[in-house]
Design a protein around this ligand. Structure first.
Ligand code: MD3
Ligand code: FE
Length: 207
């Protein structure tokens, strides 16, 4: 598996999942989304809807609504626990994360071709010693990553279907976002768009 060192703490594995594994993962996610439907998150305070739709797997899911950003064990609309993280994602974490405890959250983001994600930091977790591991499926995204403060220089990277990307150490609190989706660049999904999975450790391990 070819690992590219993109920047300190940022590792890119292009084509980490082959076409058959990508299709199997889509089937896993279809089942997860049946139990935990995608919904439209809203910005804290303003209630402005995100352009990205979300759901989660795992014992904790990341959500955003008028009250703020947080992790919680239950789907905000159904009240049910999130479905388990699919085994093939746990395998990817064991293989790539370099962190000896399992992830607790898998955020599933769905981007229509016009969806974006502005530059932000992921800092709602209590454990920053664990990396965030991202897997991309479907249309290619133009991803942007900067440093740990706003307004510094940024680097742009294409994320294609099957790619894995890990952010740890000095990159764990880097600003990052999705500038745009290249609609029609992949035929994995039955509709144009992109799915991104982020695996995260949320709590500090006790033992
Ligand atoms: C760099 N998602 O869900 S994944 C997010 O493609 C998020 O859906 C984007 O940013 C997406 O929070 C980007 C790549 C990523 C994820 C987490 C990071 C990059 C990161 C955490 C720290 C630094
Ligand atoms: Fe993020």
């Amino acid at each position: 598996m070819a690992a590219l060192a993109v920047a300190p703490g940022v590792t890119h594995w292009p084509d980490y999942l082959d076409a058959a594994e990508q299709a199997a993962l889509i089937a896993d996610l279809r089942e997860a989304a049946r139990q935990a439907p995608f919904y439209t998150p809203r910005m804290p305070k303003t209630g402005k809807p995100f352009s990205v739709r979300m759901t989660n797997c795992g014992v904790l899911g990341w959500i955003s609504d008028e009250r703020g950003y947080r992790y919680q064990p239950l789907h905000p609309q159904t009240g049910a626990p999130w479905p388990p993280i699919p085994e093939r994602l746990l395998r990817a974490w064991r293989e790539l994360a370099g962190y000896s405890h399992p992830p607790e959250a898998c955020l599933v983001n769905f981007y229509e071709p016009t969806a974006r994600m502005g530059l932000h930091q992921d800092r709602d977790e209590a454990e920053f010693d664990a990396p965030v591991l991202s897997l991309s499926l479907g249309d290619t995204a133009i991803f942007r990553i900067g440093g740990t403060s706003r307004g510094g220089k940024t680097l742009s990277l294409k994320l294609a279907s099957g790619d894995a990307l890990a952010f740890g150490g000095p990159a764990r609190l880097a600003y990052h976002g999705i500038d745009r989706i290249l609609a029609g660049s992949s035929s994995l999904l039955p509709q144009p768009g992109r799915i991104n999975l982020t695996l995260r450790r949320v709590t500090k391990p006790s033992g």
